[in-house]
Design a protein around this ligand. Structure first.
Ligand code: LMR
Length: 396
């Protein structure tokens, strides 16, 4: 059965990590996968996570199963974080949250759930988008379509093109949006543009699905949820997927969530039974540890304030690296204007480097960047900047 089968292609992002690990060059630089590194190139455990874990070790009395949708305490904490306790949807009890194994797990549950309820629904995704979105929604059985998002020449949003495309989509289709720190472009709509997008989706009867994996990495925890809050205010039904890989540094613990927003509290209760059923048929119920860490931090005002400080440190370090990258490229004699990189948000810079240039950086300099030209700015350090910029200058 297996002998005739050809190998699957390597993953465009995680496949790079595998190749990086194999590379024997001691000066190799990994700017592929979106994982934060501190100024010493280490991916740290946050202090608040350590404190929460210490508390949990003492407090844990059982390792029994969680309910299918995960812990209630965690679900409430997620809604408070993603929408805010004062948001109408939360006050009207129109939201229900299921814990999920990472953002990817949440997206897959959302995809399976939509496909089950509406087998013919298509999913509209920004061009470009995170490489794994294609895999997840294809595996869930949805048809993939794209809407314009990014103008590679001006390095700006193609808002008019996006709205024009969204105005034509059939009722009941799903539209995937990035809550903030669009991956890979780092370009997000302004609040006014979010309103226009939300109103268009409402008028079309489309279902917004928000992938919210970088809350806090653009401007701040509260500021970064503005777009999501607007969509949930305007559109009667929304799906929101959170990931706590980046903002809690809990990558390997696989901590995420799927929040359902329904048009009424009654509808919410009915629809949520299908999310439960989808989860039960997939991984039965979620793992306990990572979500307990997040709930502990968010449930303790002092720890939460400390955590917001840690997220701010991550954000500031990335932004400092953006500036240093642009300045160092100039110092190395690069004439091309890379200043747009300083206004992109989140972990990534959509650099405009071509696939050939990316390949040359890998082959000649052991510098690993995603084929689309997406650079993980969080992998840059003052220590690797000179070497990186000399290499980039040499391939331009
Ligand atoms: C990324 O975009 O690099 C991250 O979200 C990690 C991943 O799973 O691809």
């Amino acid at each position: 059965m297996f002998e005739q089968i050809q190998a699957a292609p390597p993953d465009p992002i995680l496949g790079l990590t595998a190749a990086f690990v194999e590379d024997s060059n001691p000066d190799k630089i990994n700017l592929g996968v979106g994982v934060y590194q501190d100024k010493n190139g280490k991916t740290p455990v946050l202090d608040t996570v350590r404190t929460a874990e210490e508390r949990l070790v003492v407090a844990k009395t059982t390792r029994s199963y969680l309910p299918i949708e995960g812990s209630r305490e965690y679900g409430a904490a997620v809604q408070d974080l993603v929408l805010g306790a004062e948001h109408r949807v939360v006050r009207e009890k129109r939201a229900a949250t299921a814990q999920a194994p990472g953002g990817t797990g949440g997206l897959r549950v959302a995809g399976d759930f939509v496909h089950k309820l509406r087998p013919n629904a298509k999913i509209w995704m920004s061009d470009p988008t995170w490489a794994n979105h294609d895999n997840i929604f294809k595996a869930a059985g949805l048809e993939l379509v794209s809407y314009p998002y990014y103008n590679a020449e001006s390095k700006r949003l193609r808002l008019e093109g996006m709205i024009a495309a969204l105005k034509k989509i059939p009722e009941g289709d799903v539209v995937l949006l990035h809550g903030c720190c669009h991956n890979p472009t780092g370009l997000d709509p302004t609040p006014d543009q979010w309103r226009e997008i939300a109103q268009t989706l409402k008028d079309r009867g489309a279902l917004p699905l928000i992938d919210f994996a970088y809350q806090g990495l653009s401007t701040g925890i509260v500021e970064d949820r503005e777009g999501t809050g607007i969509v949930a205010e305007v559109c009667p039904e929304v799906l929101i997927v959170s990931s706590f890989s980046k903002n809690f540094g809990l990558y390997g613990e696989r901590v995420g969530a799927l929040t359902l927003v329904a048009s009424s509290a009654e509808a919410r209760a009915n629809i949520f039974t299908h999310i439960r059923a989808t989860i039960r048929a997939n991984y039965s119920n979620p793992p306990t540890h990572g979500a307990a860490i997040v709930a502990t931090i968010l449930g303790d005002p002092a720890l939460r304030a400390q955590w917001e400080g840690e997220v701010a440190e991550i954000r500031d370090r990335i932004n400092n690296m953006r500036t240093l990258f642009v300045e160092t490229l100039q110092k190395k004699g690069v004439k091309r204007d890379f200043s747009f990189i300083t206004s992109q948000k989140g972990m990534f810079s959509f650099s405009g480097l071509t696939e050939d240039q990316v390949q040359e950086l890998r082959d000649k300099h052991s510098i690993y960047i995603v084929g689309s030209g997406r650079i993980n700015v969080a992998g840059m350090t003052p220590g690797n900047m000179d070497r990186l910029c000399e290499a980039v200058a040499s391939v331009l």
